[in-house]
Write a protein that binds this ligand. Structure first.
Ligand code: HEC
Length: 157
């Protein structure tokens, strides 16, 4: 086989595989949100903190995900859907009131530490969502807020 034929075969086979991959559609559901169950209703979330959570966390940690166009195109769709599923499993702002006390304080501690260590928002999310590229002051704002809400909860217990 000469080089041209090889490239052509490769493109055709690749194209067919890509086409077939599109039939495997992941789950992209946004379960309904009951406003009385959300973290925003249970905790004091000032407007600026709420805006940061919206910009940097909501897509993966709530049931109000905005699914970008590439979440409809395999294989990107599989990766996005996996991150949202895992993110919601660990911390879902829309289902906050389902969590027990210890889980809530753990998550608040987790918010402070993951934002401090720059593990969250997930680094791979940032290039496609520049609004999630927090400044140091914005990171500090979330850290202070999460720590003070955790302290408040512990005080109430
Ligand atoms: C692109 C999706 C995505 C975004 C955006 C995102 N997260 Fe996550 N988050 C995840 C995934 C996935 C996990 C599960 C653990 C892991 O894979 O690191 C997780 C785990 C967590 C955890 C639990 C960590 C633990 O120790 O169990 C916390 C807390 C958290 N994220 C907070 C945040 C906060 C706060 C933001 C916004 C500032 C944010 N995340 C933005 C996907 C995301």
């Amino acid at each position: 086989m000469n080089a041209r034929k090889l490239v052509r075969t490769f493109l055709i086979v690749g194209g067919i595989l890509f086409g077939l991959m599109q039939f495997v559609q992941p789950d992209r559901t946004n379960p309904p949100v009951d406003p009385s169950q959300t973290m925003q209703s249970a905790l004091a979330v000032p407007a600026d903190v709420s805006a940061l959570l919206d910009r940097g966390c909501r897509d993966c940690h709530s049931n109000s995900t905005t699914w970008p166009f590439y979440s409809y195109i395999a294989p990107a769709s599989w990766l996005v859907s996996y991150d949202v599923e895992e993110g919601r499993k660990h911390f879902n702002m829309s289902e906050w009131q389902k969590y027990k006390f210890s889980r809530k304080t753990n998550i608040l501690g987790g918010i402070a530490s993951t934002v401090k260590e720059k593990e969250m928002p997930m680094p791979k999310y940032i290039p496609l969502h520049p609004e999630a590229d927090f400044t140091d002051a914005e990171r500090q704002r979330i850290i202070d807020w999460a720590q003070s809400e955790a302290a408040k909860l512990m005080g109430e217990e």
